[in-house]
Design a protein around this ligand. Structure first.
Ligand code: CP
Ligand code: NVA
Length: 312
């Protein structure tokens, strides 16, 4: 039975039930089918979305704005210089003002606490468009991509190689929700936080999904993977550490020989933007088993699903 998500916030994958997570994916698949068939509905007619961006974006911004336009609504971009979240005025006041004018708020922020504050004070749904701990809208699109390739989640082995960051965290929670086995292969000291692993294991146990969550420093642990996933070594806001991180992570680069250690049918995934020659070589990123552009496109379809489900 469908779960009613109207009026809820999307704070993180960690807070979802398996039913909610799968419902976003199923709705995204349905809306994608409609869109590709040339059918345009008006599910968000006359609705307005406020888009708060403290950081740059290509995919997330264009996905939200295209989603609103395709479904008959409108998105308002509020960049770092426009509202200066928490500097020009408080997050509480911004949340209350936007709630009086807009139907939904999405925010890409530095600190997760800013998402929690927006959600605390807003009377309309708040969507986390990336923070330091999670990137939920990315992961819903990614699991749509995995579904399209494998038609299942349970029992697949996903291996994430690189920095145990926001994307890695959300992938861990998503895997735990649907029974995907997850291994994070990270440079020593850059593994996902112990509490993330603990919480993900608790999710897998609570819903009895059978998902196992492993952490390794050994790149050979990629053997037998169905999915090989990576992300940048220095996330937005960590630019000052980029050079040092390049040295620390270089032995974790996904080259063709590394990718070949996974199953011969394995797919390569990256949330993008990619830094070719760092976390992955161009040859892997653009090989025929790479699904990076399917992932990017699926951002839009899944964001449509999120907007529709939170407002209906
Ligand atoms: N993957 C992703 O969130 O891309 P952008 O940073 O370009 O939005
Ligand atoms: N981990 C990256 C993801 C970008 C989509 C970052 O936070 O910059």
């Amino acid at each position: 039975m469908a779960v009613n998500l109207k009026g809820k916030h999307l704070i993180g994958i960690k807070h979802l039930t398996p039913e909610e997570f799968v419902q976003y994916i199923q709705m995204a698949e349905a809306l994608k089918r409609d869109y590709l068939a040339g059918y345009r509905n008006e599910l968000l007619k006359n609705r307005t979305l406020a888009e708060i961006f403290q950081k740059p974006s290509l995919r997330t911004r264009v996905s939200f704005e295209s989603a609103m336009t395709h479904l008959g609504g409108h998105g308002i971009y509020l960049g770092p210089e426009d509202i200066k979240l928490g500097q020009r005025e408080t997050t509480e006041d911004i949340a209350k003002v936007l709630s009086g004018m807009c139907d939904v708020i999405m925010a890409r922020v530095f600190k997760h606490e800013a998402i929690l504050d927006l959600a605390k004070y807003a009377t309309v749904p708040v969507i986390n468009g990336l923070c330091d701990t999670e990137h939920p809208t990315q992961i819903i699109g990614d699991f749509l991509t995995i579904w399209e390739k494998y038609r299942k989640f349970e029992g697949l082995k996903m291996t994430y190689i690189g920095d145990g960051n926001n994307v890695c965290n959300s992938l861990i929670y998503g895997s735990a929700l649907v029974g995907t086995h997850f291994t994070a292969i990270c440079a020593p000291g850059y593994e996902p936080k112990a509490e993330v692993i603990r919480d993900a294991k608790a999710i897998a146990a609570k819903y009895n999904t059978g998902s196992t969550i492993e952490v390794s420093n050994n790149i050979d642990s990629v053997a037998g993977s169905d999915i090989v996933y990576t992300d940048v070594w220095a996330s937005m806001g960590q630019e000052a550490e980029a050079e040092e991180r390049k040295k620390i992570f270089m032995s974790y680069q996904i080259t063709m020989p590394v990718f070949m250690k996974a199953k011969p049918t394995a797919i390569f995934m990256h949330c993008l933007p990619a830094h070719y020659g760092e976390e992955v070589v161009y040859e892997v990123g653009h090989c025929e088993r790479s699904v990076i552009f399917d992932q990017a496109e699926n951002r839009m379809h899944s964001i449509k699903a999120i907007l529709v489900l939170l407002t209906h």
